[in-house]
Design a protein around this ligand. Structure first.
Ligand code: S3P
Length: 460
């Protein structure tokens, strides 16, 4: 299941302040796009070839689930993944429970696919995923006619493990998202694919649109129009014949953020990450960093499989605190941990508003960020759903020999605090960096190649 680059041993990992970072690197493929390429390939007829797929644990979970449902998924020696799909409605009942590991995207999008397949499937996940809310997906899917039996239902929650029985006679729905979530939107659109007629999702806040862009690439009809009451109505026409396609996966802007922010914070650094996805619905971190005064430039802009892509260069310099409005949250929802680390080095307060969704990510990120920053000597306040970081206009103390920061099975908390350790006055350790393999296999060697001093218990 693990990628060949899964080299992080269990136990603490320590990042130490040191030399400037320099170099030009390729970050791993976009996680959101990778999941979708495998899933849509499985729902298409013919062959889908995927270049640059993220070979991280989360995406391996999706690949395994698609195989268990009858799609033929293989990896060639040249790194190209090929999916021979079964067509919409052609997937078959798996023989075993599908374990989605740490991956919310795998679990929620898969539920959308399963909602209109007439058999029962059992889903579970790791200790982090089993705490995350599935009701947000189950509620609209039950309106299509799917049946879901889940842990926690008696308490008004829906948690993994769960059993989902798809309906043979789905009815199309129109549904307004109660939370800004691309995973929920995508689950509904995928259920809409298996449903005759038109299914509409209304989103008041614009979330990442990889599903819409890639479904069109595979030949589905997806229309968008302004919604009554604000936002966008996205309508998919059911039962299309999706055609296998070639997908080039750009580097993940959410992963590129770690080496790029490290470069901004460590004096004398200059780092370029090649071929990064520049979809405006994922660009909130980069917009915010520029407002903070960061020297971030884009070169070689071009398009791949409907997605804008380019090289991003970050050069170290001083940052100032800013206010990040709640409307921006969906465009940088995974980037608050690393932004909070950058904010600790900026001059003045950075106020990040409207972060309720951070509480239901791989960990409760609001509390994990606040705990970690405090341990590193940074003043931080959580006020309702707002996070305020008091920037010191210089390097925070770091941890030195204090207890490692708990990562709570959260890859982005682990990477963010390792970046803190590279730039703070004293080293920073995290208690468990193994979850980094879910999204960024090869993080440690890649950072070391730029000049970072990061050691695991095995390398001591
Ligand atoms: C994702 C959507 C976001 C994001 C996650 C990936 C996706 O989750 O946090 O890492 O691929 O659609 P939400 O939809 O829950 O906000």
């Amino acid at each position: 299941m693990n990628s060949s680059l899964s080299v992080i041993p269990p136990g603490p990992v320590t990042a130490r302040p040191g030399a400037a970072l320099a170099g030009e690197i390729t970050a791993p493929g976009d996680k959101s796009i990778s999941h979708r390429a495998l899933m849509f390939g499985a729902l298409a007829v013919g062959e889908t070839a995927i270049h640059g797929l993220l070979e991280g644990e989360d995406v391996h979970r999706t690949a395994a689930a698609m195989r268990a449902l009858g799609a033929d998924v293989t990896r060639g020696d040249d790194g190209t993944w090929r999916v021979r799909g079964r067509g919409i409605g052609g997937l078959s009942e798996p023989q075993d429970v599908l374990d989605m590991g740490n991956s919310g995207t795998s679990a929620r999008l898969l539920m959308g696919i399963l909602a209109t397949l007439p058999f029962t499937c059992f889903l579970t996940g790791d200790a982090s995923l089993r705490k995350r809310p599935m009701g947000r997906v189950a509620t609209p899917l039950e309106r299509f006619g799917a049946r879901i039996t889940a842990r926690g239902r008696a308490d008004g929650k829906i948690l993994l493990p769960l059993a989902i029985t798809g309906t043979a006679e789905p009815v199309p729905i129109a549904y307004t998202l109660p939370v800004a979530s691309a995973q929920v939107k995508s689950a509904i659109l995928l259920a809409g694919l298996g449903t005759p007629g038109e299914t509409t999702v209304i989103e008041r806040a614009a979330t990442r649109d990889h599903t819409e862009l890639m479904l069109r690439h595979f030949g589905a009809t997806v229309r968008t129009a302004p919604a009554d009451g604000g936002g966008t109505a996205i309508t998919v026409t059911g039962l299309p014949e999706l055609q296998g396609r070639t997908v080039g996966v750009p580097a993940d802007p959410s992963s590129a953020a770690f080496p790029l922010v490290a470069a901004l914070l460590i004096r004398g650094s200059r780092v370029t990450v090649r071929n990064v996805g520049l979809n405006p619905r994922r660009a909130g971190l980069y917009d915010t960093l520029r407002e903070m005064g960061a020297d971030i430039t884009v070169s070689r802009p071009h398009t791949e499989a409907g997605e804008p892509v380019g090289d991003i260069t970050a050069v170290a310099g001083e940052l100032r605190g800013v206010e990040v409005p709640p409307e921006r949250a969906p465009t940088m929802i995974d980037e608050y941990p690393i932004l909070a680390v950058a904010a600790a080095f900026a001059k003045g307060d950075t106020k990040m508003r409207g972060l309720s969704e951070l509480r239901v990510k791989e960990s409760d990120r609001l509390s994990a960020i606040a705990h970690g920053l405090k341990a590193c000597g940074v003043e931080v306040f959580v006020d309702g759903d707002d996070l305020i970081v008091r920037g010191q206009g210089g390097r925070p103390a770091g941890l030195a020999d204090a207890a490692p920061i708990p990562t709570h099975l959260d890859h982005r908390i682990a990477m963010s605090f390792l970046v803190m350790g590279l730039a703070a006055q004293k080293p920073v350790s995290v208690d468990d960096a193994t979850p980094i393999d879910t999204s960024f296999p090869g993080f440690l060697p890649l950072m070391r190649g730029l000049g970072a001093d990061i050691t695991t218990s095995a390398s001591l």
